[in-house]
Design a protein around this ligand. Structure first.
Ligand code: SF4
Length: 260
């Protein structure tokens, strides 16, 4: 009888654990679980590994505040260098994207961060608010940043081109070439430990290659001696939400690298 009660209790605990795990993945935006089906034999083997810890927990709160919250001399210098860069850009008319823009979207965030996110260019919301990634795709990016154990204000977010391309078309080569020096300077000033590029334009521009994003994502590349992790643009997930786990997998590699 005692043994039967113990078995029932451990069954309840297991169900509780499964429920928590499912809620965890649902919170991450998963619509199905990215696991392959396993045989009952495999289940018997893997069921021993019960001490799973989400990788995001590898970064502890004290570590985060050391990395992303510190305001020191270097932060002050970086802030004033970014301010000078913004002044240099001025009311830029160096390319034809200036014709249709409402605002220049320079970029924002913590200049002392160890991680920069670089996208393609502003959309309609961003153009109106002069802030990067504040529309629907921005919500997805903010959610990713939060799932990584960070806040938006802990990181720095910028784009390859600072003005909105008409009808949200991809920026053209002449526009990218005209604007690229600004993002390069932002990277030099911030000197992050890792760059996460969002979408093909960002990674193709920084790495000067044309390899499809599907082949580039998931492993580190290098730009100015800084590791670059390419991943999909958050707007891609508005159409393909089931692929969100791919970017989460890329983000986990970034978390691990930051924690080394
Ligand atoms: S996209 Fe860049 S180069 Fe072109 S007008 Fe805007 S700030 Fe200037």
């Amino acid at each position: 009888m005692g043994r039967a009660v113990t078995t029932v209790n451990s069954g309840k605990m297991m169900l509780e654990e499964i429920k928590k795990a499912l809620e965890f993945y649902q919170e991450l935006g998963f619509e199905y679980l990215p696991f392959k089906a396993v045989t009952s034999n495999e289940l018997r083997v893997t069921s021993k590994a019960t001490n799973y810890e989400p990788k995001s927990s590898l970064i502890t709160e004290p570590t985060l505040s050391r990395r992303f919250g510190t305001k020191g001399h270097s932060s002050h210098v970086k802030e004033s260098s970014l301010k000078s860069l913004r002044e240099t850009i001025g009311d830029c008319k160096r390319c034809k994207l200036s014709d249709g823009r409402t605002n220049i979207v320079f970029g924002e965030g913590n200049p002392n961060t160890e991680i920069m996110f670089i996208g393609e260019g502003p959309g309609m919301e961003e153009d109106q608010q002069a802030r990067p990634f504040v529309g629907e795709a921005g919500k997805i990016l903010t959610s990713l940043i939060n799932k990584m154990g960070l806040k938006r204000e802990d990181v720095y977010i910028a784009n390859i081109v600072k003005c909105r391309p008409p009808m949200n078309r991809p920026p053209q080569d002449d526009e990218i070439n005209a604007c690229k020096p600004f993002v390069e300077e932002q990277i030099k000033i911030i000197n992050p430990k890792i760059i996460m590029t969002l979408g093909k334009t960002a990674v193709h521009t920084l790495l000067n290659i044309k390899t499809p994003i599907s082949k580039l994502r998931g492993s580190f590349h290098e730009y100015m001696n800084i590791p670059v992790m390419p991943t999909f643009h958050p707007a891609y997930f508005l159409r393909n939400p089931k692929d969100k786990w791919l970017t989460w997998s890329d983000a986990q590699k970034v978390i691990e690298a930051l924690n080394k």
